[in-house]
Design a protein around this ligand. Structure first.
Ligand code: BG6
Length: 489
């Protein structure tokens, strides 16, 4: 009983949130490099040109680019056997459509993977974690243009061939459902690189929530991304049949706020649209039966799937299903319900749950519920939680220690929930916590929302020397990993 032998324990980062070195060694601008910082009360903004006087958190991030050896040694010290990271597309193809890849970028990831190997840490690589080259947004309207499918595949082919003996686990896109979750704004920019012309011409910073949104074009672009993902799965298996290639869905698991059947129906619909649409296309290889009707209600004409695309989706199904899980949310048809923030979205507040300082509701039982639901929906498909964590303000004591008992209190019941789910038969194969080393928040762009077991001395005013130190949670997670989840106290 308990976690099976060989269970994967580790942490997850994204290149754009940790690497920095945003133009070093030939890298081009990527989408996050255009985003300014915000905080818990100030929305993040975007400007289509880089302003030399503004502070862009991704430009230096936590400088993993120059600290990767030290950081991977710390990960190894925690007893990890997996490290989820992303390759920054713009390091390999700076403009997206360059004829040749950038050798210095490729060499950087060779170095990172070699370092992982030194410690027997298996890399799990997200091919695109919000890091579309900026030029693809401006020149091709992101995935709305089908030529972007080819640009993405060219990038995939380059990295599949280069790292075919170093990387076995791949994820085609991070949280492919973000455009559906956020209904425009940040999800469109991060997920599909789709901006409307007016915003591309902007001269003043625009709040991400104020970006123009065209739902029809959004679903068309998302469909192209599904096709790109399916083709990448086929290509990867051709290059190395041992590759395991997965999808990645953001789970904002939802409950009906009340037992009113109308709330229950609304909740099912929300869950279907936000999670199952993307999951079914990638795992089952086809759009769910209700797609056309649901999209019609939203004003979207579902007329963009060709017969050829249908075949591609069918052939390019993923080998495993991964997801991020931070919180749950409630759905209601009743007016006046109190709301709270969730990842990339807003939902009704659950009176039974506490929340982080950013309003994300803490719900380890919801993780068990999510795992059980997914195991039933996709029988036999291995599952992996590739993000879970607690963003909090940390206080450094005079002696340099950081007593983040609140973070341990968040993780512990989540680990127990995973163990219980496994004991009930859920095929969970691994767990990578989000931001095991402090990094830049994707939604707010701040450093102060810290997720790490490892503290990074870097702050929102641009100060700090990037030095690393272990928080109390570091020693806690080390016990969990080393004991294969036996010890959680
Ligand atoms: C996920 C993303 O949505 O949530 C990460 O994959 C992100 O990139 C994480 O950082 C946590 O969200 P935030 O906004 O707190 O950084």
């Amino acid at each position: 009983m308990g976690f099976p032998k060989g269970f994967l324990w580790g942490g997850a980062v994204a290149a754009n949130q940790c690497e920095g070195a945003y133009l070093e060694d030939g890298k081009g601008l990527s989408v996050p490099d255009m985003l300014l910082g915000g905080d818990v009360n100030t929305p993040r903004t975007f400007l289509p040109v880089t302003d030399p006087n503004a502070f862009y958190p991704s430009h230096e991030a936590v400088d993993f680019y120059h600290h990767y050896k030290e950081d991977i040694a710390l990960f190894a010290e925690m007893g990890w056997n997996v490290f989820r990271l992303s390759i920054n597309w713009g390091r390999i193809y700076p403009n997206g459509d360059d004829p040749e890849p950038n050798e210095a970028g490729l060499q950087f990831y060779d170095n990172v993977f070699d370092e992982c190997k030194k410690y027997n840490i298996e890399p799990l690589v997200t091919i695109c974690h919000y890091e579309m080259p900026w030029a693809i947004v401006t020149k091709y309207s992101g995935f709305h243009d089908r030529r972007t499918i080819d640009l993405y595949l060219k990038y995939c082919e380059t990295i599949f061939r280069r790292y075919k003996d170093k990387v076995k686990y791949w994820l085609t896109f991070n949280e492919i459902n973000v455009p559906v979750l956020s209904e425009g704004g940040i999800g469109n920019l991060y997920g599909i690189g789709l901006l409307e012309e007016e915003d591309i011409q902007a001269t003043d910073p625009i709040k991400l929530s104020d970006l123009k949104f065209n739902r029809q074009r959004t679903f068309e672009a998302l469909h192209n991304e599904f096709v790109a993902s399916a083709k990448a799965v086929m290509l990867g298996h051709e290059i190395n049949p041992d590759f395991k290639i997965g999808c990645m869905i953001a789970h904002i698991t939802c409950y009906p706020l009340t037992p009113d059947p109308k709330d229950v129906l609304a909740c099912i619909k929300d869950d279907n649209l936000k999670h199952n649409l993307c999951g079914d296309v990638q795992v089952r290889g086809q759009y769910p039966v209700w797609t056309e009707a649901y999209l019609k209600e939203k004003g979207v004409t579902f007329n963009f799937v060709t017969e050829e695309d249908k075949e591609i989706l069918k052939k390019g199904t993923v080998d495993f299903y991964t997801f991020s899980y931070y919180q749950t949310s409630c759905i209601t048809t009743h007016a006046g319900a109190e709301t709270t923030n969730a990842n990339m979205s807003v939902g009704a507040k659950n009176p039974y749950l506490k929340a982080s300082d950013w309003g994300w509701q803490i719900d380890p039982d919801g993780l068990k519920y999510t795992l059980a639901t997914l195991a039933d929906r996709y029988p036999g498909v291995p599952l992996m939680i590739v993000e879970n964590g607690f963003g909090a303000f940390d206080k450094v004591e005079e002696d340099g220690s950081i007593h983040d008992d609140y973070r341990i209190a968040y993780f512990k019941p989540h680990v127990i929930a995973m163990r219980e789910a496994i004991e009930e038969g859920v095929p969970l194969i691994g767990y990578t916590t989000w931001g095991p080393i402090d990094l830049v928040s994707a939604s707010t762009g701040e450093y102060a929302k810290r997720y790490g077991f490892i503290y990074v001395n870097r702050h929102d005013d641009g100060t700090g020397d990037f030095s690393r130190s272990r928080k109390d949670s570091f020693y806690w997670y080390k016990k969990v990993c080393e004991s294969n989840g036996e010890i959680v106290d």
